[in-house]
Design a protein around this ligand. Structure first.
Ligand SMILES: Nc1ncnc2c1ncn2[C@@H]1O[C@H](COP(=O)(O)OP(=O)(O)OP(=O)(O)O)[C@@H](O)[C@H]1O
Ligand SMILES: C[C@H](N)[C@H](N)CCCCCC(=O)O
Ligand SMILES: [Mg+2]
Length: 233
């Protein structure tokens, strides 16, 4: 599967929003792109507000909801923890087999993890283990405000230490309120991490298909991202 794995410095940083925006931008560029959100917790994959549903909608993939998200869990917890509560345990072989099956349906894939890069998906299976098994470069989505230097640096250091390729960092959700940390963070993060910031996105007032697509198209360096991903035209 020729994919890019969208991870983040935490849960709730904007992985889905960035994934959705990228899917829509790639579609507009006539790139045959599918989406894959293997693990979903805390919401039904059929819920119109779910990551799965939003990614399907924005990518316009013919993949089914079940193709996109094969493993869903009730409680809004790390998938491993939520799974234990409902006696469900996923093996990496199941994920890879599913991946193999859907990979023939599109040339490219945008894959979203669950929470941050070291979230447990199953017994002795972290998000990072799945990324390694999928052999995909990662795009790290980070918050803009105070505290994000540490979170981003830790994520980059850990990813690098286990041999993952980092395509870039997106700093997502900049508010227009003047804030010294928000202003100085991008440069120091790029300097400290040695990883390109491929985009800095604003905090949108209104979230629509169009506004999310435009936000990603206007604020991410798609050419740089594709080069870093290794699919540069
Ligand atoms: N740039 C943005 N402007 C406005 N709202 C945003 C932006 N990015 C994310 N959000 C909102 O912030 C919340 C978290 O975003 P999102 O669901 O993409 O995070 P996530 O990293 O995918 O979370 P999870 O770990 O649960 O999958 C959502 O309500 C989303 O609509
Ligand atoms: C429920 C949430 N929306 C995500 N799907 C899962 C986030 C797990 C985070 C675990 C942790 O880092 O403490
Ligand atoms: Mg998400």
């Amino acid at each position: 599967m020729n994919g890019i794995f969208v991870t983040g410095t935490d849960t709730g940083v904007g992985k889905t929003i960035i994934s959705c925006g990228l899917a829509a931008v790639f579609k507009e560029k006539k790139m045959d792109t599918g989406v894959f959100k293997p693990f979903l917790s805390g919401i039904s994959r059929y819920d119109p507000e779910s990551d799965t549903y939003l990614m399907k909608q924005m990518s316009q993939t013919p993949l089914s909801i079940e193709d996109i998200t094969p493993f869903e869990f009730k409680e809004p917890l790390a998938p491993y923890v939520a799974g234990k509560l409902e006696g469900k345990e996923v093996r990496i072989e199941e994920v890879l087999c599913h991946c193999e099956r859907i990979s023939k349906r599109h040339e490219y894939f945008i894959v979203e993890g669950a929470g941050g890069i070291s979230v447990p998906l199953a017994e002795s299976l972290l998000v990072s283990d799945l990324i390694k098994a999928l052999q995909m470069p990662i795009l790290i989505v980070a918050r803009p405000d105070l505290g994000t230097i540490n979170h981003t640096f830790l994520t980059v250091q850990y990813a690098t230490s286990i041999g993952l390729k980092i395509a870039g960092i997106v700093i997502n959700g900049m508010s227009d309120r003047l804030d010294l940390a928000v202003e100085t963070n991008p440069r120091i993060i790029e300097e400290l991490c040695g990883v390109p910031i491929v985009g800095i996105t604003p905090k949108l007032e209104e979230l629509t298909k169009e506004s999310v697509q435009k936000m990603v198209s206007d604020n991410l360096d798609i050419t740089l991202l594709m080069d870093q991903w290794g699919v540069g035209k």
